[in-house]
Write a protein of this length. Structure first.
Length: 221
């Protein structure tokens, strides 16, 4: 491969199972990408262990040590930018981001959210999907914008809600899809197939009129 590997920084706060799925995928397939660093706002995040095991640089920036959101975000930006990332991946990073932070990484920062956006932004998505009587639920990967969970959606995967599902069984079903969809989207970035332009997502130079659906696959493809 002649092109420089896509440089990635991953932000986490907890378990890091999505980080693990991305690490595993990058090792398994010849994806032209490199995770330069994993940064957590919590020292006890299990994801840091996963990163260290994979030989990835780690840093902890504890948000409780900062007077306000902006000074925390500025410290994060300094640490992130040391690695000159082309892509910042939020993988269970549980902090609300300032506009300054979002603007700085606009078009090169993505998040994974456990619902079929625009439905169920925010927390407790599985229980809310059940309470709403939905028969379908899922996961979305989107560019991060200043609206919480509101940025342009790149891809989604669906799961069926059965009558015997509860929030935990749904969480597990959705998580399975998360571990497929996030590495896939990362790979597309590494292949330079994704772009955000004027709030529209382009895939292979074509504007997406709706998110790419990874599961179930559209029957026409
Ligand atoms: C996932 O459910 C993801 O959708 C949400 O945060 C969770 C992170 O899980 N944004 P993990 O830390 O990757 O295991």
């Amino acid at each position: 491969m002649t092109e420089k590997p896509l440089s990635i920084v991953v932000l986490i706060s907890g378990s890091g199972s999505n980080l693990q799925a991305i690490i595993d995928a990058l090792y398994k397939q010849p994806v032209n990408a490199q995770i330069k660093a994993v940064i957590s706002n919590k020292a006890e995040a299990l994801g840091l262990e996963r990163a260290r095991k994979a030989g990835i640089d780690c840093a902890v920036i504890d948000h409780t040590e900062f007077a306000d959101r902006l000074s925390f975000d500025q410290a994060m930006m300094l640490e992130i930018d040391r690695h000159e990332p082309e892509l910042v991946i939020l993988a269970g990073f549980m902090r609300i981001l300032s506009n300054e932070f979002v603007d700085h990484y606009y078009g090169r920062m993505i998040n994974i959210h456990p619902s079929l956006l625009p439905d169920f932004k925010g927390l407790n998505t599985h229980q809310r999907a059940l309470d709403a009587g939905r028969t379908k639920h899922g996961v979305s990967v989107h560019f991060v914008s200043n609206e919480l969970d509101g940025g342009p959606v790149i891809a989604q995967a669906e799961v069926a809600i059965n009558t015997n599902d509860d929030a935990e069984s749904l969480r597990l079903k959705v998580q399975q899809q998360e571990h497929i969809i996030y590495p896939k989207v990362t790979q597309w970035f590494a292949e330079r197939r994704l772009k955000l332009d004027n709030q529209s997502v382009y895939f292979d130079h074509e504007k997406l009129l709706k998110p790419l659906l990874l599961n179930p696959r559209p029957s026409s493809k």
